[in-house]
Ligand binder design. Structure first.
Ligand code: FAD
Length: 258
């Protein structure tokens, strides 16, 4: 398989750096081809701005989606953005690895998404009408590929349990799983989360490597999170609300699981 690992940590000798190195080694030993986007090492530019296009559509006013579409359609994107899109198209599976920072991904990784997910590439794909609101949530440019998060967190697993004070981990990761990965078409695998990172020693790290190795070995066979397809009949159109007979009386993120 072709596997793209996108990772975001400022210190190469960190726990995240060790997990990155382990992941690359393990996947290569299993015969996969691995490409790595190590965003801090690449000094990835996180902010969307006028520099993302080689020739502006409207030099007088920066309209981010319109400039993104123009640059994408006309081969005018900055080279770093175009290269990351090429890596995404090349990959069969994409792994995003990062420490949980303020209940979210580090800004540099969010900036990778903001810039690489261009209009026409990740959104604005397919027919947009009252009958069909784009090829997204289960369809799109990246359909047929798989994605998985590898996340480290200082908090305990119980803090992220269904009644934990931080909120359930599935809820916290929903915007990434559903909004960032499922939206452009990925099948999203359950995440691999390392909790309580402050309590790490060689024994525990060996156990984590073992568990992560098993998940990496099962990348092509693990059942994805069963999100409902937007265009599979579960949602009323054009409101795009879940049909009243599905998960009746319920609301929130969980209703989007079939
Ligand atoms: P490191 O700090 O590098 O290492 C963690 C431990 O692992 C250390 O004890 C280290 O000695 C050990 N270790 C490192 N490498 C190895 C190795 N090769 N073998 C064995 N042991 C090793 N946490 C939350 O739960 N929720 C939050 O919202 C949150 N927000 C944060 C916001 C910010 C800005 C920051 C800085 C931290 C936040 N944290 C939060 C904590 C954060 O998630 C953890 O600090 C991070 O996940 C730890 O990963 P690391 O790679 O930085 O670990």
């Amino acid at each position: 398989m072709n596997i793209l690992l996108v990772c975001a940590h400022p210190e190469s000798q960190s726990l995240n750096g060790a997990l990155r190195d382990f992941t690359i080694r393990h996947l290569e030993q299993a015969g996969h081809t691995v490409r790595v986007s190590d965003l801090y090492a690449m000094q990835w530019k996180a902010q969307v701005d006028a520099g993302d296009s080689k020739q502006r559509l409207n030099p007088a006013y920066f309209d981010a989606p319109m400039e993104s579409q123009h640059a994408y359609q006309n081969g005018l994107q900055s080279d770093d953005v175009a290269l990351e899109q090429e890596k995404l198209l090349w990959a069969d599976t994409v792994i995003l690895q990062f420490p949980l920072w303020w209940y979210a991904m580090p800004a540099i990784l969010k900036g990778w998404v903001d810039r690489v997910y261009a209009y026409g590439f990740a959104y604005g794909v397919g027919e947009h009408s009252d009958r069909h609101w784009g090829d997204r949530f289960g369809e799109g440019t990246l359909a047929g590929k798989r994605a998985m998060l590898v996340v480290t967190a200082g908090g305990w697993e119980s803090h992220y349990s269904p009644r934990g004070v931080n909120g359930p981990i599935d809820d916290l990761l929903f915007p990434i799983h559903h909004g960032i990965l499922y939206y452009p078409g990925f099948d999203v695998l359950p995440p691999f989360v390392v909790y309580r990172t402050g309590k790490m020693d060689e024994v525990r790290f060996a156990e984590i490597r073992e568990a992560l190795g098993r998940r990496l070995d099962a990348l092509s066979t693990t059942a994805p999170i069963p999100f409902r397809k937007q265009n599979g009949g579960a949602y009323d159109i054009p409101q795009l609300t879940l049909r009243p007979d599905l998960a009746p009386e319920q609301s929130g993120f969980a209703v989007h699981l079939a």
